[in-house]
Design a binder for this molecule. Structure first.
Ligand SMILES: [Fe+2]
Length: 207
C-alpha cells in the first residue's frame, strides 16, 4: 500500500519499518544511513539527480496546467482568427494530455504533481504574464508570446529527456519525446503562419 514518506512527503509503497526512521521511504532512509561524506556525494550523484528529475516533471506539469488556463482565457478573444482559434482548441486538449502523461510518469516513480505548486509559481507567472494584454494588436502579441512559450516547453522536455536518460528511467523517454514532438509541431505551425496573422490583423484593423 502506498503511503507518504515522513521525510520527503513523497508517496511510496516501500516505507522503512526500522525504529530509527519509521515511515521514511527507502530512498530517503537509505541516504540517511550512509556516512555524511558519502551521503553528500550521493545527493549530488544519482539520488540528487533523481530529485532534479522529479522536480522537473512537476514543474512541467504546472506549466502544462497553466497553459490550459491561459489558452482558455484567450480563446474567446481570438474568434476573429479561425485558424488560430482552432489550433488553440487543439492546444488545450494536447496540454491536458501532456499533463496527464506527466501525472503517470510521476506516479510511476511513486510520487505526484501536487508538491510542485508553490515551487513553480514564479516561473509560471512569468510565462503567463504575456497573456494578459488587451492592446489592439493583441493577436500579434499573443502569437509572439506563444512562440516563446513553445520554445520554452521544447527545451524543458529536452532537459527532462536528458535527466530521464541519466537516472535510467528509459521507460519515460518515449512519453517525453512524444510531448516534445507535439510542442515542436505547434511551434512550427505558429512560426510558419506568422505572416498570415500579420495580414489578418491589418485586415481586421482596416475593417
Ligand atoms: Fe505543452
Amino acid at each position: 500500500m502506498a503511503n507518504s514518506c515522513v521525510m520527503c512527503a513523497q508517496t511510496s509503497n516501500r516505507q522503512v519499518q526500522s525504529f530509527l526512521m519509521p515511515g521514511a521511504c527507502i530512498r530517503r532512509a537509505g541516504a540517511a544511513f550512509r556516512p555524511c561524506d558519502e551521503r553528500e556525494s550521493n545527493m549530488s550523484g544519482s539520488a540528487g539527480t533523481m530529485d532534479v528529475y522529479l522536480t522537473g516533471l512537476r514543474n512541467q506539469h504546472a506549466v502544462e496546467t497553466q497553459a490550459i488556463g491561459t489558452v482558455k482565457n484567450e480563446l474567446g478573444r481570438m474568434e476573429a482568427y479561425p485558424d488560430l482559434h482552432a489550433q488553440m482548441q487543439q492546444e488545450m486538449q494536447r496540454s491536458t494530455t501532456q499533463a496527464a502523461r506527466l501525472d503517470d510518469l510521476l506516479a510511476g516513480h511513486g510520487t505526484k504533481a501536487s508538491l510542485a505548486k508553490e515551487a513553480v509559481a514564479g516561473t509560471v507567472a512569468t510565462v503567463a504574464g504575456f497573456a494578459h494584454m488587451t492592446a489592439g494588436d493583441e493577436v500579434l502579441k499573443n502569437v509572439l508570446a506563444a512562440i516563446g512559450f513553445k520554445a520554452y516547453e521544447i527545451s524543458s522536455y529536452k532537459v527532462l529527456i536528458v535527466l530521464a536518460k541519466t537516472v535510467g528511467a528509459a521507460q519515460d523517454i518515449t512519453v517525453l519525446e512524444q510531448s516534445m514532438k507535439e510542442e515542436q509541431e505547434m511551434g512550427d505551425w505558429l512560426g510558419s503562419h506568422l505572416p498570415d496573422f500579420v495580414h489578418a490583423y491589418l485586415k481586421q484593423r482596416a475593417a
